[in-house]
Write a protein that binds this ligand. Structure first.
Ligand code: GLC
Length: 753
């Protein structure tokens, strides 16, 4: 073995510059377990849009030469750099974790360029792929499972698939062959038999993740611009990896309590009367509902920050009328500003030069709902501040949340060309660079504006986003359809969003476009009752989807699901509370907590809510018996307390009325009284359902709206239970808010029910 030709220079206490005489790369030790690898390719831009604070822990590490290689040694990993600058990451006992693949690209053979195939199906995969600016190839050991990547289509485990990060408005059927959807979260978690890790490629240009589909030898990240800039995130378990990723990009802040309630939306409520009917429908039919969403119909000619007073009455009136009935209002705001002289948003934006530009300096135009439109350049701070200040218009009319849509950005007259000038903070950049963070920046501005205007925890919903958007916004998965394939996809989508740091997420319940069926509606609301964002939404032109539009049986099932959700609101709130520090999501795939159990690796039709509830909704048409896998430990039917031994599959009765839910041994599940809407009555009593087993549960309580909690105005309780249920204890571990009048323990599963 020769000596290393590599030279290194410790640039700062954390950053090493390493050169082989030809090329230079940088290794930045963020923590013992998080290492950044940076190689300048095009921009030499070290800044991040996902990571906002300095995350360096300034840990000690060593650099030694070992034969031809240089080794960077932290407390947890050894990073070998060879003379071609290839990286090989090993654990402290030398076991391989992940290693650069340095051979040739060995694409799997396929029969291509056959004119006949192309004749039959244009766009057949015979088409030539554009050459990436650079690629990162990592050696495949063959046992990798791939998770994360945000809202991508298909299944939980992405092995064998390729996906594209380029925020895309995709209103067609979203089968697993669809490579790009609305969000770009370039973060993948890899689970192997012996270890797990994450890779976060913090680069906003178009990029491709190819997970063992292109080759049997490596998995690949191909990127179309910018720099090679990625983070290795290590840890012993998948929760460590999620926590590491959210340590970098931020966790989801505690939302307002009402945002956990049930919400009704519809594209096509065209006047105040339509909204009032919906409000009445919910109260008359005894189905709890907290929020009504106002889709584009409420605006004057789809001009953002305006109101159609002809159809909706005096400005703000409708919001206060429904507020009296306990409903909050959320209004949609799209980025496209109608090109319309005399319209204040257009005039102001033109006067201050706030819109994106063509390369010749003229303002760029495309079309969205209002027709010809221009696009705020959200990359610029002054544009975000301007947009933030406009939230006041909605807030002072009594609006409670803002729904940002079409912010990929969508454009009806063809995709925005890559060279169009979009700013990236104070630098002129291109659409190619900024596209994937356009929605992120818009949501950030919206969050800032609502916070400034109200002093409350902002409720923002976005369709497009990037890594780190979870700090500002909730998301929904965009335009699904009322198809069984799409309810099936909802579970892996929500699970992978959660693993990608986006905890507050939901799907359009019932399906957005296409007509739903009674059965699909029932199954979707049962699933939706466990998704953090719980909103029924549907498209213009589809049949009505409010629960009373269906048969009595469907409406009863719908009501039951919503009421179950309302009883569990404190459990959801607690998960958001703990998620702020752990980064762990509300909805979790089983693999997150049972990574050594192979039965969980590809489990697409069950999920966990926190660590204590396992939900197994029926997602197949006509099915009334559900195959459920319960991992190790004892489990209890949530409703009846019937005991099940884990580590086995069960066939569980699941007639249309039933969504199987199980509680883990030792679970203590907090519940509240079911109300018509959050805030209807004070939650003076908490009831804890205690299942057999030794349990400990931390419960958080505050005013559910503002930031008084940051001044200590909250309570934290610790509830513990002994194995036989005989002893249940309460301890107040932080006191700063009005306490419950009554704490009631309900034993379930002790043979007492
Ligand atoms: C987009 C949104 C959808 C909305 C519609 C009209 O398709 O994804 O939710 O209803 O636009 O605003």
């Amino acid at each position: 073995m020769g000596e290393t030709i590599l030279k290194y220079n410790r640039l700062y206490d954390t950053v090493l510059e390493i050169t082989n005489g030809r090329d230079t790369t940088y290794i930045d030790v963020i923590t013992d377990r998080i290492i950044r690898f940076f190689t300048p390719v095009e921009d030499n831009d070290w800044t991040s849009r996902a990571i906002e604070e300095d995350k360096h822990k300034h840990v000690a590490f060593e650099i030694v030469a070992e034969g031809e290689r240089l080794v960077v040694i932290t407390a947890c990993y050894k990073i070998y750099v060879s003379d071609d600058l290839a990286i090989d990451i090993r654990d402290m006992s030398g076991g391989s974790v992940v290693c650069d693949y340095t051979g040739k690209r060995t694409k799997q053979k396929r029969i291509t360029d056959n004119g006949l195939a192309l004749l039959e199906a244009e766009g057949h995969s015979g088409s030539q792929e554009e050459k990436p600016a650079f690629s990162v190839l990592k050696k495949l050991d063959g046992d990798e499972k791939f998770y994360g990547l945000g809202d991508k289509t298909g299944y939980l485990n992405k092995a064998g698939y390729e996906f594209v990060n380029w925020n895309t408005d995709y209103p067609q059927v979203q089968a697993e062959s669809v490579k790009a959807l609305y969000k770009s979260i370039p973060f993948v978690l890899v689970l192997k038999n012996t270890c797990c890790y994450g890779l976060f490629f913090d680069n906003t240009y178009r990029n491709i993740f190819n997970m063992a589909q292109e080759s049997r030898d490596y998995f690949a990240y191909h990127c179309y611009g910018g720099d090679k800039n990625y983070y290795f995130i290590g840890g012993n378990t998948l929760p460590d990896i999620v926590s590491g990723y959210t340590y970098l990009t931020g966790t989801t802040p505690l939302p307002q309590l009402f945002t956990l309630g049930h919400q009704q939306s519809r594209w096509g409520y065209s006047c105040a009367q339509d909204i009032l009917e919906v409000a009445k429908g919910y109260r008359d039919n005894d189905i709890p509902c907290d929020v009504i969403h106002f889709d584009i119909d409420y605006m004057d000619g789809y001009r953002v920050f305006t109101f159609d007073e002809n159809s909706y009455g005096k400005r703000g009136q409708i919001f206060s009328t429904i507020k009296e009935q306990g409903f909050k209002s959320v209004c949609i705001i799209d980025p496209g500003v109608k090109k319309d002289t005399g319209y204040f948003m257009y005039d102001e934006g033109m006067a201050f030069d706030y819109f994106t530009h063509n390369t010749d300096g003229t303002v760029y135009e495309n079309a969205v709902w209002p027709g010809d439109s221009v696009f705020p350049d959200f990359g610029k701070k002054e544009v975000r501040d301007w947009w933030a200040s406009k939230q006041q218009i909605l807030m002072e009319c009594g609006v409670d949340g803002v729904w940002n849509d079409m912010n990929e950005p969508a454009s009806f007259k063809g995709e925005i060309p890559p060279e169009i000038i979009f700013y990236d903070e104070d630098k002129a950049a291109t659409h190619a660079k900024v596209h994937n963070i356009y929605g992120h920046n818009m949501a950030r501005a919206t969050y800032q504006g609502i916070k400034e205007a109200t002093g409350k925890r902002p409720f923002v919903i976005t369709r497009a986003c990037y890594s780190g958007s979870q700090k500002y916004t909730t998301v929904w998965t965009g335009d699904n359809m009322s198809l069984w394939a799409h309810i099936q996809m909802a579970i892996p989508q929500l699970c992978n969003l959660g693993l990608s740091g986006i905890s507050f997420a939901g799907t359009d319940i019932g399906g957005f476009s296409h007509d739903t069926t009674e059965e699909l509606m029932c199954r979707w609301v049962q699933l939706g009752a466990f998704s953090p964002l719980f909103r029924n939404h549907s498209a213009l032109g589809c049949i009505y989807q409010e629960p009373w539009r269906f048969s009595k049986r469907t409406m009863d099932i719908y009501r039951e699901a919503v009421k179950l959700r309302y009883s569990l609101i404190p459990y959801f709130y607690d998960l958001f509370y703990t998620g702020q520090s752990t980064g762990l999501p509300v909805i979790r795939p089983l693999v997150l907590h049972y990574q050594n159990d192979v039965n969980t690796h590809n489990l697409n039709d069950e999920f966990m809510v926190g660590e204590n509830l396992l939900v197994a909704p029926v997602v197949n048409q006509g099915e009334t018996v559900k195959k459920v896998y319960l991992p190790a430990g004892n489990w209890y039917d949530f409703y009846t307390g019937k005991e099940y031994e884990g580590g086995k599959y069960y066939l569980v009765d699941a007639p249309l009325e039933m969504c199987p839910v199980f509680a883990k041994e030792g679970a203590i599940i907090p519940t509240y009284e079911v109300v018509n809407y959050v805030g209807e009555k004070a939650y003076d009593t908490i009831r804890l359902i205690v299942f057999p087993g030794q349990g400990e549960y931390i419960h958080y309580q505050d005013n559910g709206t503002d930031y008084a909690c940051e001044q200590g105005e909250y309570n934290l309780y610790r509830f513990t239970s002994e194995k036989n249920g005989s002893e249940v204890k309460t301890e107040l571990i932080h006191e700063g808010y009005e306490k419950y009048g009554e704490i009631i323990f309900l034993l379930r599963g002790y043979g007492l029910v």
